[in-house]
Design a protein around this ligand. Structure first.
Ligand SMILES: [Zn+2]
Length: 563
């Protein structure tokens, strides 16, 4: 038994239509995806790399026995497979330009060729069906080749794959298999290794938009430029979805289609709304952002989708910042202008934080009874994220200020971590409980201090009152006089702790953890330091330092006491 696929719609075409909630009922009407299916290699959209290789193979008559076309839905896998079938079975074939008029070409186009069998892997996945196929393979074709196109091949059962493998191992000369799949990882390696694999890409939105305009022109439909763009973006690289959407729009709107109709029919959000929302976030004008959300709610838009679009835009912004050229074909002119305008407004780190803050809500908003509230909170959080200045930023900026003038450069020369101490190296800090400072690491403390000074000059002043102990290998305990709790607190911050542990591990070798201890038996008098005269003075001195003041100015910040 041959399983021929003669129905008007493929299962996934049906799905493409039904998932948008509408069916096209008139089956005598030919949907655009079918009517404008590419008939030759040059009609295949956005897959130049695949087409070029296939043409070369055909031109040099180096045909493989099995091909695997991998790619997202609607990117042209089965269309390319059919064109390949035509190319090899055309009366003039194998040829890179199948004539399209011979019996073979016509039959393949109509899906009634006895030499080309299209099998849906999802519904014909049993071992018996593959055995039938194996028996069938032995019979010679009417034309040059017998071609088996198995769509969704990953849906075959393990036994079916095993049965198929036997044929693939010793394929008769007249047989060509063409497999198509959206999920190549589900295809066993034994099958994969016997196939020539081609990866079809998502089709760039601009290419889809142009093709939609072409169809509209042929059909006498006036399709607005922005409307074509909106469909193309919503189709996410799948040409068949885009064509199905155009079908529905013609059914709903008649022969004139404008952007707002596209947005309305498919519940999409206009690109400029998303870029306006992003602009409001970047300008930190929460009121504007919330007004947009309110307006979209009133218009009955799906807020989950709006959040998704916002994340998509932020993602594009990130990519645009890294490589402005890479999005060229994927986005509309409007989007490009918006990205160009907004990209300089924030740095990559801020953008990543923004994406992180926004995407946290994405997981919960779907099931939330009050989506508007969720989205509003997400936006306010996102705006807050932007106004936060991380401690790291402050320290970096202060270091820049400090190193830019007044201090001799060599004092901040980074220490080579491999540079070990020499016998003439200055002795460790004088401490009262000298006897407790023991072990082979005694020499290391000044080196640790020097390395910390090189990387974070500001935190070194907090280290000065510390006395190092090495209770066991891998643990560096810093004891502080009991009135140095501020220093301990500051050094315990995750960023600082990380740096200290990194430095200690570099200098001492292996992995080191830090512990802090406040002790009554260490007197303040013993730990004199120019940089940290005492906790209260230190704070005053810190505030009055002209560089700190400048930093506060840069960040428009103020110093708050932690209680
Ligand atoms: Zn032909």
């Amino acid at each position: 038994m041959h399983i021929l696929f003669l129905s008007q719609y493929r299962r996934d075409e049906m799905h493409a239509i039904s998932r948008r909630g509408h069916y096209i009922i008139d089956v005598s009407y030919q949907v655009f995806a079918r009517k404008y299916r590419p008939q030759g290699f040059d009609d295949v959209l956005g897959q130049d790399h695949v087409v070029r290789t296939l043409k070369n193979a055909i031109g040099q008559e180096r045909l493989a026995h099995a091909y695997l076309f991998v790619g997202p839905r609607g990117t042209g896998k089965t269309s390319t497979a059919r064109i390949l079938a035509k190319a090899v079975n055309c009366v003039h074939g194998p040829t890179i330009h199948p004539c399209g008029v011979c019996d073979s070409c016509k039959e393949i186009s109509l899906g009634i060729s006895l030499d080309v069998l299209e099998i849906d892997g999802a519904s014909n996945n049993s071992v018996d069906q593959i055995r039938e196929l194996r028996d069938n393979v032995r019979f010679a074709p009417r034309g040059k080749f017998k071609i088996y196109i198995i769509d969704e091949v990953h849906m075959l059962t393990q036994q079916a794959f095993n049965a198929l493998l036997k044929t693939l191992e010793e394929p008769p000369a007249h047989v060509i298999f063409i497999f198509a799949t959206t999920e190549p990882h589900k295809v066993p390696p034994t099958i994969l290794s016997r196939c020539q694999r081609f990866d079809l890409r998502r089709i760039p939105a601009q290419t889809i938009a142009k093709h939609l305009a072409y169809i509209a022109g042929k059909e006498g439909v006036h399709l607005d430029h922005d409307a074509a763009g909106a469909i193309a973006v919503a189709a996410e690289g799948g040409l068949r979805d885009a064509e199905s959407m155009l079908d529905q729009l013609v059914a709903f709107c008649g022969n004139t289609i404008e952007e707002n109709q596209v947005l309305e029919v498919f519940g999409l959000t206009a690109e400029h709304i998303v870029s306006n929302l992003t602009r409001a976030i970047l300008r930190q004008t929460a009121a504007d952002a919330l007004a947009i959300v309110h307006q979209q709610t009133e218009a009955g838009k799906d807020l989950t989708k709006l959040l998704g679009d916002l994340l998509g835009f932020l993602r594009n912004l990130l990519i645009y910042k890294i490589d402005p050229q890479s999005l060229r074909e994927e986005i509309s002119d409007h989007a490009r202008v918006a990205l160009e305008e907004l990209a300089p407004a924030l740095d990559t780190k801020q953008l990543l934080r923004l994406i992180e803050a926004t995407s946290q809500v994405e997981a919960t908003i779907k099931w939330a009874p009050n989506k508007k509230l969720h989205l509003e909170i997400a936006l306010i959080r996102a705006i807050q994220t932007l106004s936060e200045v991380s401690l790291e930023n402050v320290i970096d900026a202060l270091e820049n200020l400090r190193t830019s003038d007044s201090l001799p450069a060599e004092e901040y020369r980074p220490i080579d971590p491999g540079e070990r101490v020499s016998p003439t190296h200055p002795p460790p800090l004088p401490v009262e409980t000298k006897t407790e400072v023991s072990g082979p690491e005694e020499w290391a403390w000044p080196q640790v201090m020097a390395a910390v000074r090189a990387r974070r000059p500001l935190i070194v002043s907090w280290l000065e009152p510390a006395t190092p102990f090495y209770p066991e290998r891998g643990t560096l305990k810093l004891a502080f006089p009991s009135d140095q709790s501020i220093a301990v607190e500051s050094l315990s911050r995750p960023n600082n702790l990380r740096i200290l542990e990194e430095v200690a591990s570099e200098i001492l070798g292996g992995s080191w953890k830090l512990e802090f201890e406040l002790r009554d038996d260490l007197s303040v008098a013993r730990v004199k330091s120019e940089l940290s005269p005492g906790p209260i003075d230190a704070r005053e001195a810190f505030k009055n330092d002209p560089k700190i003041q400048k930093a506060l100015e840069i960040f428009q910040a103020e110093i708050q006491s932690e209680s």
